[in-house]
Ligand binder design. Sequence first.
Ligand SMILES: NC(=O)c1ccc[n+]([C@@H]2O[C@H](COP(=O)([O-])OP(=O)(O)OC[C@H]3O[C@@H](n4cnc5c(N)ncnc54)[C@H](OP(=O)(O)O)[C@@H]3O)[C@@H](O)[C@H]2O)c1
Length: 159
Amino acid sequence: MNPKELAHPTNTSFSEGMRAYSSSKLCNLLTARSFSALDLAEKKDIKVIAYNPGLPPGTSLMGKPSPITKVIMPLFVYPLLSLISIFRPAFSRNIPSRAGEALAELALGKVTSPTGRIYASLVKGKITFPDPSQLAQSNDAKDLLWRESAKMVGLPDKM
Ligand SMILES: NC(=O)c1ccc[n+]([C@@H]2O[C@H](COP(=O)([O-])OP(=O)(O)OC[C@H]3O[C@@H](n4cnc5c(N)ncnc54)[C@H](OP(=O)(O)O)[C@@H]3O)[C@@H](O)[C@H]2O)c1
């Protein structure tokens, strides 16, 4: 999907919505990488971090839950996630207050990222700095997104 389609979606089906959502998270990471590579970031010693709160249920992200969702989530989805998280810890649930606290710790510099790491991910309540996906590490994708985004908001593509 190109950045223009992401910014102005025409297909509003659930699957396309999920694709746009996950692409938007990828764009966050690619944009964070572009920001952190700016001369200005180095000059002013600005640390850029892309933060993933993991899976904190109970926020307003999904809108107002329907009565069915209220039943399905604790009965099926949460137990399933707990099972999956045994093998894939990134799928474990985090408490929203801990997700916010961890974000504050990063923003205030109470927790700092190892050199060269800009992706922070909350796993079982702990801030980790894993490798982002291969696509998020692509310089071509990063530069294309930056160029297209600059065009869309009328900025020069070099800053
Ligand atoms: N919850 C999860 O499981 C989860 C997992 C991974 C990543 N994330 C990501 O974490 C971020 C926050 O998610 P959340 O679960 O906390 O969602 P949320 O409860 O819906 O919170 C979204 C927040 O963003 C604010 N907001 C929305 N549009 C805005 C705008 N145009 N300008 C300024 N503020 C705006 C909202 O403000 P108002 O309250 O004033 O509307 C609200 O405080 C999202 O990017 C989400 O994709 C969430």
